[in-house]
Design a protein around this ligand. Structure first.
Ligand SMILES: N[C@@H](CCC(=O)N[C@@H](CS)C(=O)NCC(=O)O)C(=O)O
Length: 214
């Protein structure tokens, strides 16, 4: 059976796990924190989670894991068949990762680990996320799913990355990024009702609160 390694507090791990659940691909979950120690680096070259293990071989990178799941278990489809529509789904995934998760992550020490706020990050991250919002507003269809009338991997990424970003904007800027953007709020509320996502959000939140209280 495929093993999925990582930890529930991770938005990337949660995305990969939601993809397994949506695809109905059986998997065994192995809890491991990201680390730069030799044991983790021996399998996950950047020391990040998630990774999957298939017959003793390792595969990293959440989007690549999406692609693999789509190939081994085409139905239910989480990418459109049409090449253009498929590319548009991947574009959304890329934009959300690069222009929400990546800038927000610069505050991870302050948000998750009780470290001080980096002043240059404080100055630069909010405008970067505002640019991301502009891009998302341009690209997302929300009709009712992010890429159109069908649930795709982009919805999984959007759900976890935007909620992750929201934790940072709230804590660092007292900015309710999702609440202040009604179309996003309606979408996140709608998509959050999905069975595969509900439990994972609760797990992420619990992990976050446990860390924040330390
Ligand atoms: N590009 C990777 C990113 C994964 C990632 O950043 N995971 C975070 C947890 S949410 C991590 O392991 N961080 C530890 C680190 O950056 O060293 C993917 O798509 O899977």
């Amino acid at each position: 059976m495929v093993k999925l390694h990582g930890v529930s507090i991770s938005n990337y791990f949660s995305s990969a796990k939601a993809a397994f659940l949506e695809k109905n691909v059986p998997f065994e979950e192995v809890t491991v924190f990201p680390s730069q120690n030799d044991t983790v680096l021996a399998v996950s070259h950047m020391g990040k989670v998630p990774w999957i293990e298939v017959d003793g071989e390792i595969l990293t990178e959440t989007n690549v894991i999406y692609d693999y799941l789509e190939d081994i278990n085409p139905k239910p489809r989480l990418y459109p068949i049409d090449p253009w529509q498929r590319a548009k789904v991947k574009e959304l995934i890329r934009v959300i990762e690069l222009y929400f998760d990546t800038p927000a992550r610069r505050h991870i020490g302050a948000v998750y680990f009780g470290q001080g706020i980096d002043p240059s990050a404080k100055e630069q991250v909010r405008p970067a996320i505002e640019n991301g919002l502009r891009a998302l507003n341009h690209l997302a269809l929300f009709s009712p799913y992010i890429a159109g009338d069908t649930f795709t991997f982009a919805d999984i990424t959007a759900y976890f990355m935007l909620n992750f970003t929201q934790m940072h904007t709230t804590k660092i800027y007292d900015w309710d990024m999702i609440g202040d953007t009604p179309v996003l709020k309606d979408y996140i509320d709608f998509i959050g009702e999905r069975e595969s996502l509900k439990g994972l959000t609760a797990n992420m939140q619990a992990g976050f609160e446990a860390l924040a209280s330390k």
